[in-house]
Ligand binder design. Structure first.
Ligand SMILES: Cc1cc2nc3c(=O)[nH]c(=O)nc-3n(C[C@H](O)[C@H](O)[C@H](O)COP(=O)(O)O)c2cc1C
Ligand code: SF4
Ligand code: SF4
Length: 251
């Protein structure tokens, strides 16, 4: 089994790792890496997508990746949308649209954690994150058994027009207005390493943004000095990383 995952702050990686722990021969593949390697041919008979929900649906890199995949007939395909407390429903019909002739989702799950959308709201405290993770442990364990048994639950509702999602992409895709770095920066390059689309370059030992952002919030949250901000609205906001995920697993 192959699980393709994308994560900015570790929640989706935490979920993907639970599958790997409980299923033999389960390989985790980072979607940004697969995109860079042009790894689009799927030979496995079971595959999964695990990703955070961005404005109701798929992160930009996940949308891009799934649209490029070649999948064999009769592959069992599942999806887990990891949210900040909202729904993931729209992402499942979105995946079916992108899969086209490659097939349809065979099963899906929404995992409701906490929001890391630092631009828009407050990140959670560690306690709140731990509580949300704990609340979902049994739901995840049950779903892993469902996947092991290849049980089928088809997407049986009407696809959404994704008005919020498309509006968000128009505003933020391939831009990065307001991203800035202050004097606390120590030039560690973690922001550059974590960016899924190589949108950060180091100049004079400090990051500059190159205008092809996906608004994923990985760079602002990973900086060990909290030296990255978006305008000045994020100055007083705390940063987030899933408490069970090490920085090294993200870069
Ligand atoms: C651009 C953006 C948009 C988001 N939109 C939503 C949303 O519509 N609904 C929601 O519940 N959470 C939303 N979130 C929060 C993430 O889905 C949530 O924090 C997720 O657990 C992060 O997973 P990760 O740590 O794997 O990146 C958004 C986050 C970002 C960065
Ligand atoms: S610049 Fe930051 S927010 Fe934009 S895609 Fe890269 S890591 Fe994500
Ligand atoms: S992660 Fe922070 S400290 Fe490290 S280079 Fe980027 S801005 Fe500077």
């Amino acid at each position: 089994m192959r699980i393709y995952y994308f994560t900015a702050t570790g929640n989706s990686l935490y979920v993907a790792k639970k599958f790997k722990d409980k299923i033999e021969d389960c390989e985790l593949i980072s979607i940004p890496k697969a995109l860079k390697n042009k790894d689009f041919n799927v030979e496995d008979s079971v595959i999964g997508f695990v990703y955070p929900i961005h404005c109701g649906s798929l992160p930009i890199v996940v949308e891009d990746f799934i649209s490029k995949l070649n999948i064999k007939d009769k592959t069992y395909i599942f999806a887990v949308g990891v949210t900040g407390g909202g729904e993931a429903k729209v992402s499942f019909s979105h995946i079916n649209e992108l899969l086209g002739e490659n097939g349809n989702l065979s099963n899906y799950l929404c995992v409701k954690y906490i929001s890391n959308y630092t631009r828009a709201g407050k990140n959670p405290t560690k306690e709140r994150a731990l509580k949300a993770i704990k609340l979902n442990e049994n739901i995840l364990d049950d779903f892993i058994e469902v996947i092991k048994g290849k049980e089928v639950k088809t997407v049986d509702y009407k696809a959404s027009k994704r008005i919020l999602y498309n509006g968000w992409k128009n505003l933020f895709k391939n831009k990065d207005k307001g991203f800035n770095v202050n004097d606390k920066c120590i030039g560690c390059k973690m922001c550059k390493s974590i960016c899924p689309v190589d949108n950060i370059e180091m100049v004079n030992n400090k990051p500059i943004w190159l205008g092809k952002c996906t608004d994923c919030m990985a760079c602002i949250n990973i900086c060990p000095k909290e030296a990255i901000n978006i305008g000045n609205k994020t100055l007083k906001k705390n940063r987030y990383r899933n408490p069970f995920i090490d920085v090294k697993e993200l870069v």
